[in-house]
Design a protein around this ligand. Structure first.
Ligand SMILES: NC(=O)C1=CN([C@@H]2O[C@H](COP(=O)(O)OP(=O)(O)OC[C@H]3O[C@@H](n4cnc5c(N)ncnc54)[C@H](O)[C@@H]3O)[C@@H](O)[C@H]2O)C=CC1
Ligand SMILES: O=C(O)C(=O)COP(=O)(O)O
Length: 389
């Protein structure tokens, strides 16, 4: 029986992927084989030694100490693109909310709830409406920072609304570039995007290069009165710099799903709870993808959509499967293969992949591996994880 420990609200559609005769799934599993979570922060938690993998049902992995886990042999997964449409749709809402005085005018109408005279009510409603006139999106320029799964969908949607779209993504993958309309124009650098955009929307992970990148300098560069949408991570924006820019009028509006004490008080800030991925569809997509990836890893040693290990998969043969991870240096694989040769063990199939400074191998052999063999592989210099799956 394998055991999965969950954190957060994970869709039942994902949880029910784990067959009950093979898995127990619970929030209080003591010695789990794997963790399945959403935004729960693992940085200050010690994981039990039993944990082989952590799956984030979602995109951002900044709640997980990924590099610490890598050399403990813990594979970290996410679910690329599975919640992108949900975020895209909330960006659309954010564009409209920041343009049309929708929430403010709703609050105004609500404030008239005690008015009992119908004629007086209509007079006040009509008199108040002029305070909430807005502007249209058509013809305006949207700057999209980060053109991955979400950014590309947002960019393509904005084009269909008649907006001009500028994108900036110095690390754009070829796959992501294929998903992007050729009508999206490319900004050479961030400042050029900021200076030309009426709306700026952020879709990058929080990493050292992006932490606080929307700082005083960025707000000085941004087009006068531009509106900023941040459904990516709160840490991307220097909050005080944003508030100063809002106060001076340089920034027209800030929309985010990261409320904070300072932001909540500001009348040019529109805040939601962290709702970007909170649709039934996205929660199901993420949970199903994360569960399937975990099972494939636990049962077959295959790795799909990991953020720290190479992508690697091999069809099961009739043999017995060993997987091992090691520092990506010469001679490790050769040493293991020599060990097998010395024991007269035939290799049926094998695949080896590397990513940055680690390598991972799946080996199907003809006979069941003994503990002695597994220990011998584990003792090879630079090997830090071995498993019979
Ligand atoms: N509000 C919410 O509920 C959600 C928030 N997110 C946030 O959105 C982020 C993006 O999500 P996805 O689009 O799914 O990820 P993704 O990995 O598909 O795209 C991220 C893009 O950012 C680019 N990038 C990396 N560093 C950059 C830099 N310095 N400047 C410009 N671009 C850079 C990458 O090249 C990549 O194309 C996640 O990391 C997460 O923090 C994601 C899903 C839901
Ligand atoms: O997928 C992401 O990066 C998200 O931020 C979604 O967060 P959540 O799973 O809704 O807490």
């Amino acid at each position: 029986m394998k055991s999965i420990r969950t954190y957060n609200n994970i869709s039942d559609k994902g949880l029910s992927r784990f067959p009950q005769d093979k898995y127990t799934v619970s929030a209080d599993a003591n010695t789990p084989d794997a963790i399945l979570l959403r935004s729960h922060k693992l940085h200050s938690e010690a994981l039990p030694d039993s944990v082989l993998a952590v799956a984030r049902a979602g995109a951002g992995v900044n709640n997980i100490p990924v590099s610490d886990y890598t050399h403990q042999g813990i594979v970290v997964f996410n679910t690329p693109g599975a919640n992108a449409n949900a975020v895209k749709e909330l960006v659309l809402a954010s564009l409209l909310l920041s343009s049309r005085g929708i929430t403010q005018s709703m609050n105004y109408v609500d404030s008239l709830a005690n008015e009992t005279d119908s004629a007086a009510l209509h007079k006040k409603v009509e008199a108040g409406k002029k305070a909430y006139g807005g502007c249209e999106l058509e013809g305006k320029t949207l700057g999209v920072v980060g053109l991955g799964a979400i950014g590309a969908k947002v960019a393509n949607l904005a084009l269909s609304l008649g907006m001009k779209v500028i994108g900036y993504d110095p690390k754009l993958s070829v796959e992501a570039a294929w998903r992007l309309s050729s009508k999206v124009s490319r900004a050479e650098n961030l400042n050029s995007l900021l200076a030309r955009s009426d709306y700026v929307t952020l879709h990058v992970p929080v990493v050292p290069a992006t932490k606080g990148f929307m700082n005083e300098e960025a707000f000085n560069t941004i087009k006068e009165g531009a509106k900023l949408i941040n459904l990516a991570r709160g840490e991307l924006v220097d909050e005080q710099a944003a508030i100063d820019a809002l106060d001076s009028g340089k920034l027209g509006m800030y929309v985010a799903d990261f409320p904070s004490e300072a932001l909540i008080k500001h009348d040019k800030v529109i805040l939601f709870p962290h709702l970007g991925a909170s649709t039934r569809e996205a929660e199901e997509n993420c949970a199903v993808m994360a569960a399937d990836q975990l099972m494939d890893f636990l049962e077959n040693g295959n790795i799909v959509n990991s953020v720290n290990f190479p992508a690697i998969a091999m069809e099961r043969t009739t043999g017995y499967r060993i997987t091992f991870a090691n520092d990506n240096v010469p001679k490790v694989l050769g040493t293991v293969l020599n060990q097998l040769a010395d024991l007269n063990i035939n290799v049926l199939d094998m695949v080896n992949k590397s990513r940055d400074d680690i390598a991972y191998t799946i080996l199907d052999i003809e006979q069941e591996p003994t503990d002695e063999l597994l220990n011998a592989i584990s003792d090879v210099e630079h090997v830090f994880h071995v498993r019979h799956v």
